[in-house]
Structures are given as structure tokens and as C-alpha cells.
Ligand binder design. Structure first.
Ligand code: AMP
Length: 210
């Protein structure tokens, strides 16, 4: 099973992808998480990507396509995978095509810009293990401490309100056209993001089973 999640930053792609990943026993691949880890550990790729992510801009296609090519070649992807945050541009989607990767399903998680801005302000991430939380919708059982690894939770730098605005603009201009790209292939399904994440999960599972 190969699933792609589309949707604005903060729409809940990562959370839903993680839930499906456990249910289906296939890995979730998040280019954002791979890039954040590279920035944290100071690799060459991380150093090159930092200025883009901090400004809310996309990292160049060649870089992310390289990341995905390498990651999909790993043995744990043989049975399938869920892509969270890739592709984000038409050239990235075309690169997937040319790698011979044909998704079974592309799920677009729809959330209004106003709700995105509200959600981003409550988002928290564990700098150590990358787990993500939300103070209202998905709180850690340990407050501002990661319940998985015990490290402190922080606000992602690119979740600052002014950066969120530019990320939303990039989403509408560059990523949203992918809905049309996959609709034309008959692969696109839409899920309206709900206030409660378990309600969104129920709708996502219904799409998967339907
Ligand atoms: P995310 O965690 O998916 O919101 O990604 C965080 C940041 O990583 C984005 O704002 C981009 O700067 C970068 N990034 C992640 N995935 C991609 C991608 N497919 N193409 C370009 N940049 C990406």
C-alpha cells in the first residue's frame, strides 16, 4: 500500500500518517522530519536546508527528491509506505512517477487557513525524538515534556505566526495544484479535517476502506 498525504502545513498529515502507519504496518516517511533531523545533527544537507525551512520556504526539489530516492530504497519500504509532506511540487510528483512509484491513494486533508493558524500556535515538538503534540488536540500526558522520551517539548521555529503565513502561501501556490495532478489520475480522495483528531482518523479510515 502506497499512500500520499496532501494538505496544508498543520492540517494533521503527520498525525494521521502515524496512526495509519501503525495500523497498516508500513513506515511513514516525512521529508520535514528527515530535514529537521539533518539540521539538528548539522549534516551538509541540514546546513543547506536550514535557511529555507526557517523562512517557511520549500527546500529545492533536487534536495528533497534525493532524500526520497534514498529513503524509498530502504528494505522497510518494500511492503509500502505513507508519504507525509512529499511531494509538495509538481516536479516532485513527476520525479516519483519517474521512479516508478505509483500511489494507491492520495488523501488530501482539508483544513481552512484560519483553523491552521489557530492549530499551529498550539503545536509542540520533541527536539530529541521528533514526536509531535498539540496543547489542546493532542497533549502530552507529561505536560511540556515528551511522553515518549522525556525530553522537553519546543515550538518549531517555522511555526512562528509570520512564518506560518508564508508556508500557507507556498502551500496554496505550489502544493495545491497537486490535487488536480492526482485527481486527473483518479487517485485523489478528500478528507475534511475535524476538530477532534479521532474523528479525522475515522474519516480517513473510511476513505481507505471505501
Ligand atoms: P513539514 O514538517 O512537512 O511541515 O516540513 C517542514 C519544512 O521542511 C517545510 O516548510 C520545507 O521547508 C521543508 N520540506 C519538507 N518537505 C518538503 C518537500 N517535499 N519539498 C520542499 N521542502 C520540504
Amino acid at each position: 500500500m502506497k499512500i500520499i498525504f496532501l494538505g496544508a502545513p498543520g492540517a494533521g498529515k503527520g498525525t494521521q500518517a502515524e496512526i495509519l502507519s501503525e495500523r497498516l504496518g508500513i513506515p511513514t516517511i516525512s521529508t520535514g522530519a528527515i530535514i529537521r533531523e539533518a539540521i539538528r545533527t548539522g549534516t551538509e544537507m541540514g546546513k543547506a536546508a536550514k535557511k529555507y525551512t526557517e523562512a517557511g520556504e520549500l527546500v529545492p526539489d533536487t534536495v528533497v527528491i534525493g532524500i526520497i530516492r534514498e529513503r524509498l530504497a530502504q528494505p522497510d519500504c518494500e511492503k509500502g509506505f505513507i508519504l507525509d509532506g512529499f511531494p509538495r511540487t509538481v516536479p516532485q510528483a513527476e520525479a516519483l512517477d519517474s521512479m516508478g512509484v505509483v500511489p494507491d491513494l492520495v488523501i488530501s486533508l482539508e483544513v481552512s487557513d484560519a483553523a491552521i493558524v489557530e492549530r499551529m500556535s498550539g503545536r509542540r515538538v520533541c527536539e530529541k525524538c521528533g514526536a509531535s503534540y498539540h496543547v489542546k488536540y493532542k497533549p502530552s500526558g507529561k505536560g511540556e515534556i515528551c511522553e515518549k522520551c522525556g525530553a522537553a517539548l519546543t515550538v518549531r521555529r517555522d511555526d512562528a505566526p509570520e512564518v506560518v503565513q508564508s508556508r500557507l502561501a507556498v502551500y496554496h501556490e505550489t502544493t495545491e495544484p497537486l490535487k488536480e495532478f492526482y485527481a486527473r489520475k483518479g487517485l485523489l480522495r478528500t478528507v475534511e479535517g475535524q476538530e477532534k483528531l479521532e474523528d479525522t482518523t475515522a474519516r480517513t479510515l473510511a476513505v481507505l476502506e471505501g
